[in-house]
Design a protein around this ligand. Structure first.
Ligand code: SF4
Length: 365
């Protein structure tokens, strides 16, 4: 089979090779949009490669992620809110948010019979949500399977949310175990939950489009359920996602086509662990930024590579902007020390660097 005859899916499967596969979820998609210019991450994610394994194989294991304790606490909290057909969730929606939910139909979409495959669950989700819109029947849809096009490749989302239909409008319900104390929650955790909910809203809107329905039938408000104060009791709040929907929608539409990125990879290269993996990864351009440290498993590997190359990317986007396209630290230092003559386009930046160096030497004296 020639390269041109291979489908995108086949090419991505070949690229993944024997590397362990992983699934996209809203967190990985929200993180993907945090660095939309990184071809390396885009390809690894499109090929559904487990980046944690790749980082470990490269000798730079990821050092972030939820602790086992936090994961267990999160799972226990979610199970409690969803127990008995989401009884506690319904109480919250009625009593705390004042929603009128007269009749409840509950569907668990985690499996379809014994079949837990993505495509079967997606078709079942589509069928039930479609029926709910036309008949008005069905209120709670637990673990709906959704999907999104990411840079030309279809990604299924591993959902842990509930889709709630009230009066013909769907809402995404996100359950998180972080605490809301005296009505206040950690802004970073709320922002992260809002980004994830926005990904689900976008995916649900895509599903409604496929059904020939208006995407606006998915509300731009999500319902965030958290732990109240320092207890295990849940509380709920509406979160306006309009800003996140605009930002993530725009960034997803800007992601470079995976077809184009695949052309950057040497023929026959794969992410199979072992000999050759480091060369394959190194052949794909990356775009390291300090923000990668909190959002991508390959951060330590890419930071080391950027440092070895003397890239100014290690200093952050703000500094890169100030340096006006000078991309190498040796060049920056030489301009600051006056040992390199700047071209006319960098004369003002060189002057700024020389002044900054003089000030630093003055303070250090
Ligand atoms: S850590 Fe590396 S692969 Fe991940 S987004 Fe940053 S530059 Fe890209």
């Amino acid at each position: 089979m020639t390269l041109a005859e291979k489908t995108l899916t086949t090419r991505l499967d070949d690229l993944r090779g024997d590397a362990p596969a992983t699934r996209h979820n809203a967190r990985t998609i929200a993180a993907l949009t945090a660095n939309p210019g990184c071809a390396r991450r885009a390809l690894l994610d499109a090929a559904a490669v487990d980046k944690t394994v790749i980082a470990r194989e490269l000798g730079f294991p990821a050092k972030f992620g939820q602790s086992p304790f936090a994961i267990t606490r999160g799972n226990t909290f979610e199970a409690m809110v969803k127990a008995h057909g989401c009884a506690e969730l319904l109480r919250l929606l009625r009593e705390e948010l004042g929603l009128t939910i007269p009749e409840v139909g509950y569907h668990d979409l985690e499996t379809v019979g014994d079949n837990a495959s993505n495509s079967v669950r997606y078709q079942r989700t589509k069928q039930l949500l479609g029926q709910a819109l036309t008949s008005g029947q069905g209120t709670l849809f637990d673990h709906p399977m959704l999907r999104l096009e990411i840079a030309g490749a279809t990604a299924y989302l591993e959902p842990d949310v509930v889709a709630l239909q009230i009066g013909g409008l769907f809402h995404v319900v996100e359950i998180k175990s972080f605490a809301v104390v005296d009505g206040q929650a950690d802004p970073a955790q709320v922002a992260s939950a809002a980004r994830q909910s926005a990904v689900y809203v976008l995916a649900m809107r895509e599903l409604l489009r496929e059904l020939g329905q208006s995407p606006e039938l998915v509300a731009h408000n999500s319902i965030l359920v958290c732990a109240k104060d320092f207890t295990n009791r849940p509380t709920a709040a509406l979160v306006d996602l309009r800003k996140q929907l605009a930002v993530i929608g725009r960034q997803l539409s800007r992601l470079t086509s995976i077809d184009t990125l695949l052309d950057l990879v040497p023929p026959d290269a794969s992410f199979t662990p072992g000999e050759g993996l480091a060369d394959t990864v190194a052949a794909i351009p990356s775009r390291y930024a300090p923000e990668c440290m909190s959002s991508c498993e390959l951060a330590f590997a890419c930071r080391s590579e950027a440092r070895t190359q003397g890239s100014v990317d290690t200093l952050g986007r703000g500094v890169c902007d100030d340096l006006g396209g000078i991309d190498n630290l040796d060049t920056v230092l030489a301009l600051a020390e006056g040992t390199l003559d700047p071209g006319p386009e960098h004369a003002d930046i060189a002057e700024m660097l020389r002044r900054a160096r003089a000030l630093r030497l003055e303070v250090a004296r």
